[in-house]
Design a protein around this ligand. Structure first.
Ligand SMILES: O=C(O)CCC(=O)C(=O)O
Ligand SMILES: [Fe+2]
Length: 204
């Protein structure tokens, strides 16, 4: 589905084998660069989504310093693992943007986790598309417009789907209302129920 505002949903962009290969690449890196619990700026309220990153830069947040990109993991202080090549291949196939992604945010949604409506706005490269890959349990994704008052539409993101926020939609509000536990058998059993989302971004 491609909309004239630059939003594209590529249904089942990755077949089952490609998804399995990507999960292996992701989980081996998560072993070295563990998920941490981010907290909101100022309030310090913990987020329900757990996170890590791959690539030269990673998006992090905490009470003291708020939203930002940095080169190291906030807990281990190690550099982020390299970005799996398959993610760069996906970017080159769907982003329509010559410069390569610099950050892959890994979001882990366990049962009950959600991500409130927001605009991705921490990148100096504000026109470069955002590419987002879903693995594991399905999610209810909500896409609004640029303003709070704009109507929003809910859509289901399934394992293997790839979303591109380009053009005007790059600055649209969006979030994850909930995951649908038990809708996928892709992830290893100790990762179920759950959803992994990989968000590729150009930062500067
Ligand atoms: O998990 C998703 O599908 C969306 C993630 C997202 O919007 C973000 O990380 O900024
Ligand atoms: Fe986002």
């Amino acid at each position: 589905m491609q909309r004239d505002d630059g939003f594209t949903l590529h249904k089942t962009y990755l077949d089952r084998d490609a998804q399995t290969g990507l999960v292996d690449a992701v989980l081996s890196r998560v072993g070295r660069s563990p998920l941490y619990t981010p907290s909101m700026p100022r309030s310090g309220k913990p987020m329900s989504v757990r996170m890590t990153n791959f690539g030269p830069l990673g998006w992090v947040t905490d009470k003291a310093q708020g939203y930002r990109y940095q080169t190291t993991h906030p807990v281990t202080h190690e550099p982020w693992p390299d970005m799996p090549q398959v993610l760069i291949d996906i970017w080159q196939a769907v982003a329509g943007w010559e410069a390569l992604p610099q950050a892959c945010l890994v979001n882990w949604y366990g049962e009950g986790a959600r991500l409130g409506q927001h605009v991705d706005a921490d990148e100096a490269a504000r026109d470069a598309p955002v590419v987002s890959i879903s693995l594991g349990d399905s999610a209810k994704f909500r896409l609004g417009g640029p303003a709070l008052k704009d109507a929003s539409t809910s859509m289901r993101l399934d394992s293997g789907d790839v979303v591109v926020l380009a053009g005007a939609s790059r600055r649209f509000r969006h979030g994850v209302d909930r995951i649908l536990p038990g809708t996928s058998s892709l992830l290893p059993e100790d990762w179920r129920p759950g959803r992994l989302n990989l968000t590729l971004r150009r930062v500067n």
